[in-house]
Each structure stands twice: as C-alpha cells, then as structure tokens.
Design a protein around this ligand. Sequence first.
Ligand SMILES: NC(=O)c1ccc[n+]([C@@H]2O[C@H](COP(=O)([O-])OP(=O)(O)OC[C@H]3O[C@@H](n4cnc5c(N)ncnc54)[C@H](OP(=O)(O)O)[C@@H]3O)[C@@H](O)[C@H]2O)c1
Length: 235
Amino acid sequence: MNETVCITGASRGLGFELARLFYARGYRVFPLVRSPASAAALLREMPECRPIVADVADDGCTVAMRTALDEHSGTLDLLINNAGISGIADRFANVSPRETGELFNVHCSGIIRTVHGALPMLERSSNPRIINISSRLASLSKTAAGEFNQGGFTYSYRMAKAAQNMLTLCLHQELSGRGIHVSAVHPGKIQTGCAAHDADLKPHEAAENVFDWCRTAGPLNSGQFVEAGAGKLPW
Ligand SMILES: NC(=O)c1ccc[n+]([C@@H]2O[C@H](COP(=O)([O-])OP(=O)(O)OC[C@H]3O[C@@H](n4cnc5c(N)ncnc54)[C@H](OP(=O)(O)O)[C@@H]3O)[C@@H](O)[C@H]2O)c1
C-alpha cells in the first residue's frame, strides 16, 4: 500500500512543492493549510489529496489532524513539520517578546500540537518518521563559530529554530525506542517567503532534496541534523 504523508504549511513555498512531489510519486498526501481557499487550490492541483484546514499556532490543530488522519487513513508514515514564519527584528533594539512568542508558538508549540495529533497514527505505521524542517540558522555551533556574523537574520527565527532542534532531540530520545524516526532537516537556502538574502535554491529543487532524505530516513539515522542533499550539520 502507498505510504501516507502529512505536510504542514503546504499552501506555498517548500511545503507546496513537497506536497506536489509526494503526490506525483504516489503517496497519499494530507497537506495542512490555514484557509479553505488554500485547500481548494490544492484540490484543483491534486484532486486525490486530503487537505486539513488548521493553524499550527492554535490548539485546535491537534484535534483537526487526529480526526482527518483517523477518518481517512488510520495510519501515518511521515509527518513533515514545515510550517514557518520568519519574524522581522534582526537588531536587538527592535526585538519584542511578542514576536519571539509568535515564532516559538509556530516553530515549537506547533510541532507539539501536530505530533500530539499524529502520534496514534504514526504508531500504526511500519516505518514512522517525523521530519522537522529546521534551518542552518538553528545551529549553535555554526553561530558560535561566527558563521552568521554578517547579520540580517532575525533573533526570533534563530531562537525558535534552535529551540525546535532541542525539541527534535527530545522527541528522538523518547520515540526512537518505539521505532519512530525523528530528525531535523535544513532544506537549503530557498527562494520563498522565508528566504534569506543569499537564497540560491528553487523551491522544487529543495523539495527533491528533502524528499530524498525522507526516503532514506529510518530507525538507524534518527536523531540527526542534516542539510538535505548535502550531509550532516553540527547542532
Ligand atoms: N526559505 C528558506 O531559505 C528556508 C531556509 C531554512 C529553513 N526554512 C524553513 O522551511 C519551512 C518552509 O519555509 P518556506 O521558505 O517555504 O516559507 P513560505 O514560502 O513563507 O511558506 C511558509 C508556509 O508556512 C505556512 N504557515 C505559516 N504559519 C502557519 C501556521 N501558524 N499554521 C499553518 N501554516 C502556517 C504558510 O501558510 P500561509 O500561506 O497560510 O501563510 C506557508 O504555507 C519553514 O519552516 C522555514 O523556516 C526555509
């Protein structure tokens, strides 16, 4: 039977290209989007997909996911936590607790909500995987080495993605013993809404690289932080 994948943030950018790619390769695709209009657009492009309309920043996301997956599949092989926002403030003088709270809510609490929603279905899969779309900017090692000293990256994004990486490791510690792969994947510097000034990849190129990682992900390479198509990254 074809594998089932749920991808958050599938209305555009990397998430949309991932949904298209998995769909084209015969997966049963559950794209999570925030609006009925986005769901309708996905259905025009992929008539057999099963959009879930939910906001990962809202607690209702957990029940929406669980209900849709349970009703239309009963099992889930792959959860890709891709939904993300980038924030605005790249200088400390402009950083606000409100913005950092919003970014943590999407990038960290959002994953807690989606995993709560998906876990019962993942536990029924023979090869369950949780792929958290991270960022090179999450790397404490790279940051400490001065790699991003040129600036231009927001505090809230870097903080939230670093915390998301810790969540990935915590989930790996708890879930890998139950056969569930959990990893953090930097998709490359993509020319999208979340793009950095040095973005050099088209969304469909990044999606191909992430797709390849998802295919090779399994119990033996859980707990890793990788750049899709390139190799391991330092935490
Ligand atoms: N672009 C890059 O160079 C780059 C590099 C490293 C990592 N990433 C990561 O890759 C992921 C995808 O980024 P992208 O470049 O494709 O960004 P994008 O084009 O801005 O797309 C972001 C997606 O996330 C959705 N989203 C945002 N907040 C959401 C929420 N609360 N609930 C549900 N969906 C939500 C958006 O939905 P709406 O259409 O409803 O807004 C949209 O579908 C993000 O996690 C990002 O941090 C990107």
